[in-house]
Design a protein around this ligand. Structure first.
Ligand SMILES: NC(=O)c1ccc[n+]([C@@H]2O[C@H](COP(=O)([O-])OP(=O)(O)OC[C@H]3O[C@@H](n4cnc5c(N)ncnc54)[C@H](O)[C@@H]3O)[C@@H](O)[C@H]2O)c1
Length: 363
């Protein structure tokens, strides 16, 4: 087992520098190279990290046998090719969310990682946050009772992307959190959206995820909202939970609130809901930057040759759901079945009797 690892970061626009900063803070990691097509970004990175080598050519990283691992933070349509080339060169590969532009690309990358015996991890940052881990603990302990529904809003003004719509940009976070806390994937999804500024690039969207035990999740993403909102409400049969990631403290609140219908009644006059208004509990959360925990996990998985929590398969599940939401959006919100284990989608007519017409995904 190596004591330390050399890593290269490809793409230092908005998000890449956060990866560089976090990897750089880990004692077992040496950030050897950073790569970007934009020389200005490289000059800025060199100022912050004088020992780092800079390049505009990914090939230099691929050819460097000393580089053990890469982290890719380029626009989504440029994840696949550098990831493929780096894994072929035997480098452990971390790819920002969403893993790639299509299920087919994800499947190829998973197969390649297995063949080359390299670690493949996807940057689903929130599943490494103490807030999401606490939510999962609370749900697993049965404190909320049966999960009735989840509602999630991720809204702000901008940042408009030119290569992906708001679903591909923002929903990976909500979907990764929901799959993590429920421990399962939806059976079908649907989506609605509107592109106000660029053709086929929806800037506001909603999606519904239906799970096998009746749980349902409603998602709302927007680049066109006056407020920055990052809120998820989980409503259970016993209690309710609100996760507000915009709060610096008190990100999670557990409400002892519920509604109960009377078990027996003969007439409408006897029918009374009982509403419980109990205490609000705010659990203490570990203070740790989720991205740091994520970077540490990547290194730990490389060291121990173990699959990451957010491995290629979990990246694939999310991309399959994003594809299905967008397919639904292009077909007036028809329900689209999701069978992400193999990356194959079940025709929606099996669920709704709808046409389930296939459309090409525009990202
Ligand atoms: N985990 C998170 O919370 C989080 C947050 C924001 C963004 N992201 C993800 O990070 C990725 C990058 O997003 P961003 O907002 O930083 O985008 P960005 O456009 O700000 O930056 C991308 C950078 O990649 C560079 N680039 C493009 N092609 C390249 C190539 N062939 N070789 C080298 N560099 C190249 C660009 O010059 C640019 O500097 C996306 O996948 C995005 O979804 C993740």
């Amino acid at each position: 087992m190596k004591e330390s690892y050399k890593i290269a970061v490809i793409g230092c626009g908005y998000w890449g520098p956060n990866l560089i900063r976090n990897f750089n803070s880990l004692p077992q990691i040496n950030v050897k190279q950073v790569c970007d097509l934009d020389q200005k970004r490289l000059t800025h990175m060199k100022k912050l990290y004088p020992s780092v080598q800079t390049t505009t050519d990914v090939e230099e990283i691929i050819r460097d046998d000393e580089t053990d691992a890469v982290a890719i933070a380029t626009p989504v349509h440029l994840h696949y090719e550098p990831a493929r080339r780096c894994m072929l060169a035997g480098k452990h590969t971390f790819i920002e969310k969403p893993m790639a532009s299509s299920v087919a690309e994800c499947l190829n990358l998973i197969e390649l990682a297995e063949k080359e015996n390299v670690t493949l991890m996807v940057g689903h940052t929130f599943v490494y946050s103490s807030a999401v881990q606490k939510m999962r603990e609370i749900i697993d302990a049965g404190e909320l009772g049966d999960i009735l529904y989840i509602s999630s809003q991720r809204l702000n003004l901008g940042l408009f992307q030119s290569d992906i719509n708001v679903v591909w940009d923002l929903a990976p976070h909500d979907i990764s959190i929901i799959l993590d806390i429920l421990g399962k994937e939806p059976i079908w999804v649907n989506g609605h959206g509107k592109a106000h500024f660029f053709d086929n690039i929806e800037d506001v969207a909603t999606a519904t995820l239906q799970f096998d035990n009746g749980e349902i999740a409603f998602l709302h993403q927007s680049w066109l909202d006056p407020y920055k909102v990052r809120r998820m409400t989980v409503v259970g049969s016993k209690k309710m939970l609100v996760y507000d990631d915009v709060q610096t403290n008190e990100k999670i609140k557990l409400f002892d609130k519920r509604v109960e219908a009377p078990p027996h009644y003969d007439t409408f006059a006897e029918f009374h809901f009982s509403y419980r208004y109990g205490d609000i509990y705010i659990p203490r959360l570990e203070e740790c930057e989720p991205l740091k925990a994520e970077c540490e996990h990547f290194v730990e998985c490389i060291k121990q040759n173990k699959p990451p929590k957010s491995d290629g398969h979990s990246g694939l599940k999310i991309v399959a759901i994003l594809e299905a939401i967008c397919e639904s959006m292009r077909n007036n919100g028809v329900a689209v079945g999701v069978n992400d284990r193999n990356g194959k989608r079940v025709p929606s007519k099996e669920f709704w009797g709808a046409k389930g017409k296939k459309s090409s995904l525009v990202v």
